[in-house]
Design a protein around this ligand. Structure first.
Ligand SMILES: [Zn+2]
Length: 346
C-alpha cells in the first residue's frame, strides 16, 4: 500500500462465554430494532441451536439454509433480506461467509454466530466464495458483532476445531511472507498487526497438547485466537497478516480437489512446507498439528501426491500481486516434489 494511509475496520462487540446464545436477541437489538431478521445458516446447524436462536430473538426470524459458499447462495440471502434490519450468519464457514457478503452488498450490519471454530472467517473482513472471478477471499466488512457460545462450539466435531488450529498456525508463514514482501517490494508492513497474528499462531505452536484436548477452556482460547487474527487483518487493512503462501497453496488445492479437506486443514499442511522454504522450524509446526489431531499428510485428506506438487508449482499464479516465498523460490516439479517429500506431506 503506497498511499500512506489505510482504513481499519473492526468488529464493534464480541460476546463470548457458555450459554450466551440465549442473549442473541439483546445482542442484535441496536441493529434489528423492530425490523425482520434474516439468518443464513448451515445445513448442519442442529435443531437445538435453531431453537435457541428462535427463542432468543423472539420475533420469527427468516431462516435461509446455505448449502454452498457460492454467489447463488449470496443472491438467495439478498432476496430474503430486503427490508430487514440485519443479517446473522449461524453455523460454520459457509453460512458466515455467505451472510457476510450478502450484508456487505446490502449495506446491512452483519452478526457472526459461529457454531464451530474451523477458520478465522468468523471475525475477519473477508469472505471466501465460489463463483467469483478469483479463487481467494474477497474484501467485505468485518461483522459488527460476534457472539461465540463456547458450549455450542465445544460440542462441534473435533475435526472442525483441529482445522481451526491449522488456520491459526498458518499465520506463522503468512507473516514471514508479509515481511519478505516488505523487504523486497517495499510493501506496507504493520508490525503491530503482524505480532497480533503471530500470537495466535504461537498459541498452537506452544500449547498444542493442552489445546488438542478441546475442553471448554481450550476451545475458548481457540475462539479468541481466531477472533484476534480477524482483528489483525482489520488493523492491517489487508489479509496479509492472515494469509500468505500457505493460503495460496490451499486455494490452489481447492481448484484441483474441491471436495478434499477443510480450509484450515489444507492451510496447516501448506504451512509445514512454507515454513521449510522460509527456513523456520517446520518440524515444530508439524508436531503441533499432530498434537491437535490435524492432518499433516496429503493422504489424510484424500489428496494425491501429484495434486500437492502441482499446487506448489502453480499456487503463486492465482494471485500474482501477492509476493510470497513461492514468488521468490519459483518451484518446479522436481523441487516441489522434494519439498513435499522431505516434510512428510507426500
Ligand atoms: Zn484462512
Amino acid at each position: 500500500m503506497d498511499t500512506g494511509y489505510h482504513l481499519m475496520e473492526l468488529p464493534t462487540k464480541v460476546l463470548i462465554g457458555e450459554g450466551v446464545i440465549s442473549k442473541l436477541g439483546d445482542f442484535i437489538k441496536d441493529s434489528a430494532g423492530d425490523k425482520k431478521v434474516v439468518i443464513a445458516s448451515g445445513s448442519n446447524t442442529t435443531t437445538r441451536v435453531r431453537k435457541a436462536v428462535d427463542s432468543a430473538i423472539g420475533a420469527e426470524p427468516v431462516w435461509v439454509e446455505v448449502a454452498a459458499a457460492d454467489t447463488d447462495n449470496v443472491e438467495r440471502v439478498i432476496r430474503s433480506a430486503s427490508g430487514s434490519g440485519c443479517i446473522i450468519g449461524v453455523g460454520g464457514g459457509k453460512s458466515v461467509d455467505v451472510g457476510k457478503l450478502a450484508a456487505f452488498r446490502m449495506h446491512l450490519p452483519f452478526y457472526s454466530v459461529p457454531t464451530s471454530a474451523s477458520h478465522d472467517g468468523i471475525s475477519s473482513p473477508f469472505a471466501s466464495l465460489k463463483g467469483l472471478d478469483r479463487p481467494y477471499s474477497v474484501m467485505a466488512k468485518p461483522p459488527v458483532g460476534i457472539l461465540a457460545d463456547i458450549e455450542v462450539i465445544a460440542s462441534a466435531p473435533k475435526r472442525l476445531l483441529a482445522s481451526g488450529c491449522g488456520d491459526l498456525v498458518s499465520k506463522l508463514t503468512a507473516v514471514k511472507d508479509w515481511q519478505l514482501a516488505h523487504r523486497v517490494n517495499g510493501e506496507y508492513y504493520g508490525s503491530y498487526s503482524a505480532s497480533l497474528a503471530l500470537m495466535s499462531a504461537n498459541l498452537v505452536l506452544e500449547r498444542s497438547r493442552m489445546l488438542g484436548k478441546f475442553g471448554k477452556e481450550s476451545v475458548r482460547e481457540l475462539v479468541e485466537a481466531l477472533i484476534s487474527t480477524g482483528v489483525a487483518a482489520g488493523i492491517a487493512g489487508s489479509s496479509r497478516p492472515c494469509s500468505g503462501s500457505e493460503h495460496l497453496f490451499s486455494h490452489y488445492l481447492d481448484l484441483l480437489a474441491p471436495d478434499s479437506g477443510l480450509h484450515g486443514e489444507k492451510c496447516g499442511i501448506g504451512t509445514i512446507m512454507m515454513a521449510k522454504l522460509h527456513g523456520v522450524d517446520w518440524r515444530k509446526v508439524r508436531s503441533a498439528l499432530k498434537n491437535v489431531g490435524a492432518p499433516v499428510e496429503a493422504s489424510q485428506i484424500g489428496v494425491d501426491d501429484s495434486k500437492v506438487v502441482q499446487s506448489l508449482v502453480k499456487a503463486s499464479s492465482i494471485r500474482p500481486d501477492r509476493y510470497t516465498i513461492l514468488s521468490r523460490k519459483k518451484l518446479d516439479k522436481k523441487s516441489a516434489t522434494a519439498l513435499a517429500k522431505s516434510t512428510g506431506v507426500i
